[in-house]
Design a protein around this ligand. Structure first.
Ligand code: AMP
Ligand code: ZN
Length: 464
């Protein structure tokens, strides 16, 4: 059974997709007004873990991530630099895609851009006006939250405390000031606008996600994600718009990750307490270590950013890399031991089951590291055979379909004839035929393979 913590119900729920074997997933993407900071990447890596787990569990995943390329911040940024909105946002969109690759985040199936979906948004706003959920005020259109009794359910806000008629134009606002929010903002002097049946203007931020989610995934979807800062007002408003318009449940499971913080404060652009991925790369950080750092704390726990924490993540990841290296570069006697095969089978099952429990990554990693310890111990007692080593390696690779922390370009395995030579040399050494052993070693060296005799046996390495 798979279960996730659903922000909407505030509890762990068994996961059942609308359509068997298929998951429709929408994740709120970046507002492309600047380079993302690594707090943003905590959210995207959590979503990547979720998606990779669902794939491992055998689901087909249809994933949509929007690009917010028009909002208060992008408009302000473009104006400051005297660029068109598109000129301004395109460099950040490019940088975003580059970062995703660097951090090994699987690409979404579609990255719809807000500016390319204005007609979808206009249609929804028009419909909300017609149904009486929205109203005009001085050329802008607002959603009337009094008309939608379920407003506040996601963020657990008491509607009774509302001040009737108060309105807000800003895309982001605090929970303390619950207001009717803008669906369509009347064009302002010097700002980009679209000439539409609603009048000249531009969409509010929230309607973008409602319209684009529905365009590609339909009016009801399985999972919608973001960071906890998205719960209010963004996701609350998305629910109001979509459910008022379509009259059906918008999202079955809302999953939100906690923040990456610095000294207890959310990492954010406005506080200035942030690092971009580029900042850290310039300091020589390996991005996959950062991935592992952001990945290895449970998504609903706050994660404190420190360089010590990064170093610990690097060291843990190195243990996995060393383990794989050892198995790939050692020679084993032919055959297999049933006990090793059982261990390999079990680690995969336990790893999957840990993640099925609301993505319990701590438990999943404990399973992996226990396995590594056990196999290492068996390795030192010479209890691993050739087939076992292959099976163990395959198992770790299977686990890495979710973690994505192993080196990408794996070295080619040695051809069997060279492995045979190594075996022959081992035999010669055992028989104290050192002349033969040394001759084989030299021959291998000429083919670019050096041998190293360790306490646990022989290891090979390619020389460049
Ligand atoms: P934005 O570009 O501000 O809309 O944010 C993009 C995503 O990053 C959203 O899902 C946010 O919830 C998430 N996010 C922003 N700051 C943090 C943070 N410090 N920790 C975790 N997630 C964050
Ligand atoms: Zn969104």
């Amino acid at each position: 059974m798979i279960r996730f913590f659903n922000t909407l119900s505030g509890s762990l729920e068994e996961f059942r997709p609308i359509k068997e074997g298929e998951v429709r997933l929408y994740t709120c993407g970046p507002t492309v007004y600047d380079y993302p900071h690594i707090g943003n990447y905590r959210a995207y890596i959590f979503e990547d873990l979720l998606k990779r787990f669902l794939l491992l569990a055998g689901f087909k995943v249809i994933h949509v991530m929007n690009i917010t390329d028009v909002d208060d911040k992008t408009i302000k940024g473009a104006a400051r630099q005297g660029l068109s909105l598109q000129e301004y946002t395109s460099r950040y969109i490019e940088a975003f895609f580059e970062d995703l690759k660097t951090l090994r985040i699987m690409p979404a199936d579609i990255y719809p851009r807000a500016t390319e979906h204005i007609p979808d948004m206009v249609r929804m706003v028009r419909g909300l006006l017609d149904k009486g959920y929205a109203y005009y005020k001085e050329g802008s259109v607002y959603f009337s939250i009094q008309k939608f009794p379920a407003y506040g359910r996601l963020a657990k806000i008491d509607l009774a405390e509302l001040k009737a008629g108060a309105r807000v134009d800003s895309d982001e606002y605090e929970k303390e000031s619950v207001h009717d929010f803008a669906l369509w903002k009347k064009a302002k002097e010097g700002e980009p606008f679209w000439e539409t049946e609603l009048g000249a203007g531009r969409p509010g931020w929230h309607i973008e996600c409602s319209a684009m989610s529905t365009r590609y995934l339909g009016p009801s979807i399985d999972i919608h994600c973001g960071g906890i800062d998205n719960i209010f007002p963004h996701h609350e408003n998305e629910i109001a718009q979509s459910e008022a318009y379509y009259g059906q449940k918008f999202v079955n499971y809302w999953l939100h990750c906690h923040h990456l913080v610095v000294d207890g404060e959310k990492m954010s652009k406005s506080k200035g307490n942030f690092y971009t991925l580029r900042d850290l790369l310039a300091r020589g950080l390996n991005p996959v270590d950062l991935r592992f750092f952001l990945l290895s704390t449970h998504y609903r726990k706050m994660l404190n950013f420190t360089f010590d924490g990064l170093e610990q993540a690097r060291a843990s990841r190195q243990r996995v890399l060393d383990f794989v290296y050892e198995l790939e570069h050692r020679t084993f006697a032919p055959g297999s031991e049933p006990e090793n095969q059982v261990l390999a089978e079990k680690v995969l099952t336990d790893f999957r089951e840990s993640l099925a429990d609301d993505l319990n990554i701590s438990a999943a990693l404990a399973v992996l590291f226990d396995f590594i310890r056990e196999i290492n111990s068996r390795l030192s007692r010479d209890l691993l055979k050739q087939e076992d080593a292959v099976r163990v390696l395959r198992t770790v690779e299977e686990i890495d379909r979710v973690l994505a922390i192993l080196p990408e370009r794996k070295e080619e395995a040695l051809p069997p004839e060279l492995l045979e030579k190594i075996e022959l040399r081992q035999k010669a050494r055992k028989e104290k035929n050192f002349a033969l052993a040394d001759a084989i070693r030299e021959e291998l060296r000429q083919q670019g393979i050096v041998l190293e005799d360790t306490k646990e046996g022989v290891r090979w390495k390619r020389i460049k």
